[in-house]
Design a protein around this ligand. Structure first.
Ligand code: GDP
Ligand code: IMO
Ligand code: MG
Length: 426
């Protein structure tokens, strides 16, 4: 069974935790898009791991992990991450981690260009992670990017970097930002490349062989549907297709290889960075931040928090073809006596059950809520779905109904073991 794990909100839904949980019955875990803008937290056997580029399957022995062609890869960032995770006792060998030779390289000036663009946007800024993701994908689409395979050809790479550095410096000097010399960029990239080189290969036959041999493939999405370059709250989005289709284009495995799509969402909604957030709620944000929750894994920024938004989820289930939902962080709502679920957006007096495209409509969208009773019971020690309080099961049932999808898993805590398999007759 080959399964895509995809985020249904604005990222940080708990994809890493669900991927880690499902890796036990998988053989290969594959990232197909995004870069180290992602921050996936996994807590296993009491140890916390934060992964940015490494697939979450890396924490298990004897599983193959693949960074696919659709990823933009910061070599320096990846080497730092490998060193940090190895320091936590995880071994990362070329047998265990394979990197696509078609993946595009994030260069140091991409990060600086990201910062320059944000500064120029002023209060319209996207609130990016400043990891150079947008500029690296722009170079890929502009056909002036550098791929991992190119690094094997030092002459080509040197010429390409020299040309790109000259262009980047023109922009950076306009904003009084750090400029670069081609030599320093080349030196930095090659020092990291030496560590990565044994992992780089043509991942497409590797993945096809695994598929044909009947191995279980797990695709780890990064970001979430509302950050997708096509389906998200444009322009407040990331620069890749974060939705299920991105797992095919980003890996070279075709849609016919996929049997299921698990959509991950929180039992409420969060968003980090700028852009519309109709159900955002200061009270809920203050409450969750007070519990020490909802701070970004990549930038440490506090995430805005809000009520469950089923307008987003309904749309996300459609465009991803979700076959099962994983609802995480149910325990975040344990203490509340009354819960709100957004069922539609009132835009100029008409209620919509799908999100709009145009950005001014987003700004005018007022959530239409229904309320449900809370359970005011600690769920974190539940080990089976049928142990959940009745009100929690009713909340989940309503969530599933409003999204038109079945609930497959429920998270009641950050640990690997705090994942419940949902029972449909409850
Ligand atoms: P990802 O980017 O989708 O992998 O999500 P992040 O790791 O950025 O953010 C999810 C946060 O919620 C992390 O701190 C996880 O440890 C935590 N988490 C995931 N599932 C649960 C859950 O069911 N309950 C609780 N309390 N925390 C969870
Ligand atoms: P994971 O995989 C949450 C957001 C940024 C910003 C926008 C664009 O952990 O769910 P970018 O740096 O990609 O150009 O920023 O996207 N963003 C994320 N938000 N989780 C993520 O990844 C994100 N990756 C990018 O905050 O709003
Ligand atoms: Mg995250």
């Amino acid at each position: 069974m080959n399964t895509i794990i995809t985020g249904l909100q604005w990222g940080d839904e708990g994809k890493g935790k669900i991927v880690d949980y499902l890796t036990e019955s998988a053989d290969v875990v594959i990232r197909g898009q995004g870069g180290n803008n992602a921050g996936h937290t996994v807590i296993a056997k009491g140890v916390k791991y934060v992964l940015h580029l490494l697939p979450s399957g890396i924490l298990w022995d004897d599983k193959l992990n693949v960074i696919g062609n659709g990823v933009v890869l910061d070599p320096v960032g990846l080497v730092q991450e490998i060193t940090r995770i190895e320091g936590q006792g995880i071994c990362i060998t070329p047998d265990k981690l394979v990197i696509s030779d078609r993946a595009h390289v994030v260069l140091p000036f991409h990060k600086e260009l990201d910062a320059a663009r944000e500064a120029a946007l002023g209060d319209q800024k996207i609130g990016t992670t400043k990891r150079g993701i947008g500029p690296a994908y722009a170079d890929k689409i502009n056909r002036c990017g550098l791929r991992m395979a190119d690094l094997a050809d030092r002459g080509f790479t040197t010429a390409r970097i020299a040309a790109r550095v000259a262009e980047a410096n023109e922009i950076l000097s306009r904003y009084n930002l750090t400029t670069f010399t081609a030599e320093e960029v080349i030196a930095e990239v090659y020092s990291a490349y030496e560590r990565l080189r044994p992992h780089v290969s043509n991942t497409i036959p590797v993945l096809h062989q695994a598929w044909k041999a009947g191995k279980n493939l797990l695709f780890e999405g990064a970001q979430g549907t509302l950050l997708d370059i096509d389906f998200g709250t444009y322009p407040f989005v990331t620069s890749s297709n974060t939705t299920a289709g991105g797992s095919c284009t980003g890996t070279g495995l075709p849609p016919t290889a996929i049997q299921s799509v698990i959509g991950v969402c929180k039992a409420y909604t969060t968003r980090v960075g700028s852009g519309p957030f109709p159900t955002g709620d200061e009270g809920l944000s203050a409450y969750l931040h007070g519990l020490g929750r909802e701070f970004g894994a990549t930038t440490g920024r506090p995430r805005g928090c809000g009520w469950l938004d089923t307008v987003l989820l309904r749309f996300a289930c459609m465009v991803n073809g979700v076959t099962g939902l994983a609802v995480t962080n149910l325990d975040g709502l344990d203490a509340y006596d009354t819960l709100r679920i957004c069922t539609g957006y009132d835009i100029d007096g008409t209620v919509h059950d799908l999100p709009p495209a145009d950005r001014s409509a987003w700004d005018r969208a007022k959530p239409v809520y229904e309320t449900l009773p809370g359970w005011q019971t600690d769920t974190t020690s539940c080990t089976r779905y049928d142990q959940l309080p009745e009100q929690a099961k009713a909340y989940l049932r309503r969530l599933g109904e409003l999204c038109g999808a079945l609930i497959a898993f429920v998270g009641v805590g950050p640990d690997r073991t705090q994942t419940l398999v949902a029972s449909q007759d409850e």
